[in-house]
Design a protein around this ligand. Structure first.
Ligand SMILES: NC(=O)c1ccc[n+]([C@@H]2O[C@H](COP(=O)([O-])OP(=O)(O)OC[C@H]3O[C@@H](n4cnc5c(N)ncnc54)[C@H](O)[C@@H]3O)[C@@H](O)[C@H]2O)c1
Ligand SMILES: O=C(O)C(=O)C[C@@H](O)[C@H](O)[C@H](O)COP(=O)(O)O
Ligand SMILES: [Zn+2]
Length: 361
């Protein structure tokens, strides 16, 4: 069993990683049951494919399912989930188990943060994206017409239990999308890890166990360190985890938060753009930006998109949650592993850059 700790004083928690961890669901999940009753939130697809492993625990499992897909990060689904939890007479000290990808983790975490003014929850992530990113750090949210993750809370889980063997039933496209957030850690601050991705990414995507374990552990270690320093994204440190997201969320909004463009795909596209934009500003060598794009492409991730127009994309960016004093900070890079927050960018400049990019420059 590998273990990484998120150090946040009284809100600290462990991240446990083990292939086959869910085959010991009785032992691993019993601490989060009241008596023997365990409340699990999952999407329908995850429950159909992986739910049996939790049911086999012999605990008295109540599974609350929501439709699969990004559209479940909505007020309607949240309200329905909260009503079902209240009908079950969940107590403030009961734990909810978020069993699924980032959608279920974000939705369940948000429900847990408002139920009876806040109850604990445990993340049991089942996508690569959730195992390397969304299950850690306590950002919870739903989407709103105004944009991605516009309504939510910071609510840390009590534990994160990662069983990489759940990835065996995951669709390859979803796996690739999650891989974008793996590459992100290399691009932010770890050039050696980016080089590791270049040489081991294909093995990871093909299912090589040791490569998956290494990527998951390295990713959550990097995220835990950042979250431990800047839990609520106030110092600028945590904002680095948003590399590719200001561009990416705008494309996701243009796709209507649908499976036309998955979150991880939008992040890949956004990271390619963040590096190109950095190169166009003379911050980053053009060869480094090309190397980023080449690796993302080789992994089957998008680095170009016809969604939206430069003007409509920039209009989405103007609503970015990081905006302060009327200005949207961008996460740019001086090279691979050298991301930084740049608060000097004008949206008009980004629009011109996107026009040139669209024209094929
Ligand atoms: N809170 C954070 O820090 C954070 C970080 C990154 C992303 N996110 C959010 O996470 C969401 C994306 O998460 P995601 O990529 O995990 O998508 P997802 O949760 O929508 O899951 C993707 C698909 O895979 C299916 N699935 C999940 N696990 C499976 C398994 N083991 N076997 C078979 N099918 C399985 C699901 O049913 C779904 O259809 C976005 O909403 C994004 O904004 C949040
Ligand atoms: O944990 C963080 O902080 C991140 O930014 C991780 C991102 O991968 C994730 O997509 C997050 O939900 C984005 O947050 P947002 O504040 O930009 O909505
Ligand atoms: Zn993300």
């Amino acid at each position: 069993m590998r273990r990484v700790d998120v150090g946040l004083g009284e809100r600290s928690y462990p991240i446990l990683i083990e292939n086959g961890l869910l085959d010991r669901a009785a032992e691993m999940l019993a601490p989060y049951a009241r008596g023997r009753r365990l409340i699990v939130v999952a999407d329908e697809q995850v429950w159909a494919q992986q739910g049996g492993r939790i049911e086999a625990s012999g605990l008295d499992v109540t599974a609350l399912t929501v439709p699969a897909g990004e559209s479940s990060k909505s007020w309607d689904v949240l309200a329905g989930l909260v009503d079902r939890l209240l009908a079950l007479e969940v107590e403030r000290s009961d734990h909810l188990i978020a069993f699924g990808g980032g959608m279920v983790g974000d939705l369940t975490g948000f429900a847990a943060s408002i139920l009876k003014r806040g109850c604990p929850f445990v993340q049991v992530p089942t996508t690569l994206l959730a195992q390397v990113d969304s299950s850690v750090g306590g950002k919870t949210a739903i989407n709103a017409p105004a944009g991605k993750n516009m309504v939510g809370s910071f609510h840390q889980p009590a534990a994160v239990l990662i069983d990489p063997s759940t990835l065996e039933t995951l669709d390859p496209r979803q796996l690739r999308a999650g891989y974008a957030e793996v590459v992100k850690y290399g691009l932010i601050s770890d050039p050696h890890f980016f080089a590791w991705c270049e040489s081991h990414g294909a093995a990871l995507l093909a299912g090589e166990r040791e490569a998956r374990l290494h990527a998951i552990e390295t990713s959550v270690r990097a995220k835990a360190a950042i979250v431990g320093e800047d839990e609520r994204e106030t110092s600028g440190r945590r904002a680095l985890l948003n590399l590719g997201h200001t561009f990416g969320h705008a494309f996701e909004a243009e796709a209507g938060f649908s499976d036309r463009l998955l979150h991880g795909e939008a992040v890949a596209l956004g990271m390619a753009l963040a590096f190109r934009f950095s190169a166009s500003r003379g911050l980053c060598p053009a060869e480094e930006a090309a190397r980023v794009e080449a690796h993302l492409s080789a992994a089957g991730l998008p680095v170009r998109s016809a969604l939206g127009t430069p003007a409509s994309l920039v209009a989405h960016m103007a609503h970015d949650k990081k905006k302060t004093g009327g200005r949207v900070p961008f996460i740019l890079a001086r090279g691979i592993g050298q991301a930084f927050v740049d608060a000097t960018v004008e949206l008009a400049e980004v629009e011109r850059f996107l026009e040139e990019w669209r024209a094929g420059a």
